[in-house]
Design a protein around this ligand. Sequence first.
Ligand code: SF4
Ligand code: SF4
Length: 140
Amino acid sequence: MPTFVHTDKCDGCAGREVVACVDICPHDLMALDTERMKAYNQEAEQCWECQCCVKACPQDAVEVRPYQDVVPMGGAVIPKRTDESITWTIKFRDGEIKRFTFPVRTTAVGSIDPYGGKPQPGDLDSPNLFTEDGKTLPTI
Ligand code: SF4
Ligand code: SF4
């Protein structure tokens, strides 16, 4: 149940800083055919269906076909993400369509400091994680 790319919509992220689906896939599955400037899933059976590439694609060109017990016989679940919200379009097999929109963040875009308040990276040879000070390791 892999992702697939609507090639009529995909523009290969031409002119953008990164190829969004390739950049975001945690499993390194999405690839770009640089001759055609079209993306594709190069190892479809490995897809986790995490929907990251679906949500990241600025062209809405990627879709995941969910399992039949989730959306049987032609149903579809299609996310569309903006900076503020995500809208899920649910297509039922009888043609009915429902949309649900949820906020996706409580902070301004670009305002998160993921390492704020964390210590600087230290000794790479140390057995401690970088958030551990060496005094809190459990004893066995
Ligand atoms: S993110 Fe979308 S538009 Fe960009 S290469 Fe992938 S499928 Fe194509
Ligand atoms: S759904 Fe997730 S695992 Fe599958 S191709 Fe997209 S980003 Fe990769």
